[in-house]
Design a protein around this ligand. Sequence first.
Ligand code: ATP
Ligand code: FE
Length: 355
Amino acid sequence: LTLLGLESSCDDTAAAVVRGAPGAAQVLASVVEGQTGLHKEFGGVVPEIAARAHAERLDVCVKEALARAGLGFDALDGIAVTAGPGLIGGVVSGVMCAKGLAAGTGLPLIGVNHLAGHALTPRLTDGAAFPYLMLLVSGGHCQFLIARGPEEFTRLGGTIDDAPGEAFDKTARLLGLAQPGGPSVEAEAEQGAARRFAFPRPLLDRPGCDMSFSGLKTALLRTRDGVIADKGGLTRQDRADMCAGFQAAVVDVLAEKTRRALAAYLAESPAQPMLAVAGGVAANQPIRAALQAVCAEAGAGFTAPPLALCTDNAAMIAYAGLERMALGKVDDMTLAARPRWPLDKSAAPMLGSGK
Ligand code: ATP
Ligand code: FE
């Protein structure tokens, strides 16, 4: 099967072409146009601006993806599109564009859950076999999922407030470092001493896999203001020490909660136990190293897809569409755009929902 995929649920406009079979597919082309420049002066993604930009750029991205793949619409078997969850204006832009293309070409239309796209990426990049454990950790998400099938996921737990990427971004903002905060905080932390300031490890004292990161940014704000009150300003070293302390807290929380999620998953005796991590925060080297160590200790494999496929992209949407199509599932013109769309309806009862 050869599918075109469209993604427009946040601040990246993307189109891609993927070809192959479930667990054995290839990315023929992947085009991602970021919008960071458009939202820069507002300090966050402005939904209306994002939606307009998607509407203006989607067709251009589709053309570019087909050109790079060297294919025309006649070579395609279907058109996959993110139908949620996300900023609704952007999702509607993508769904309308996909419907137009499907109507014009007569190709089947396949609606894809954006989170399923992230969660199925290890099947595209590594041919991972079900069931595998997934940690999705980005600017907007943080959750553990057991992927059991293309549309079958069990959520083991996740953040009850902010996502770690958001906490990295806020930390950078509070310390006057460049955005996105993840890479700048990681770089500063390399020069810092993690022990100088004490940061909390929220929810480690509670059972289960739920996490919390909003307290960390409050702690950082207090620490920063404390140092400023004491010395009248921040030195480079103060900043580096705060970044190191903050990052160490995130590492500890993610490592311990991953240990627990792995234990719950391994209790099911999967044939080829494996943890896959995706999302922008997976780029962080100390976080990666900690997760890898936790897996080695538990006897599970570890994989992190290449960064371009970890962050928002349309290849994962085309691939998730391919998995659905292989199951004989296609949509029609009644396909709706959904702002909210949880991957599963119920949290695993044995672990407690945390809410
Ligand atoms: P989502 O895809 O969940 O809707 P998003 O688009 O914000 O959210 P991504 O593009 O996957 O998420 O990731 C961006 C986030 O990853 C940002 O918050 C950024 O700070 C963070 N990030 C990127 N690199 C690093 C790093 N080296 N260390 C920590 N965080 C990082
Ligand atoms: Fe995403």
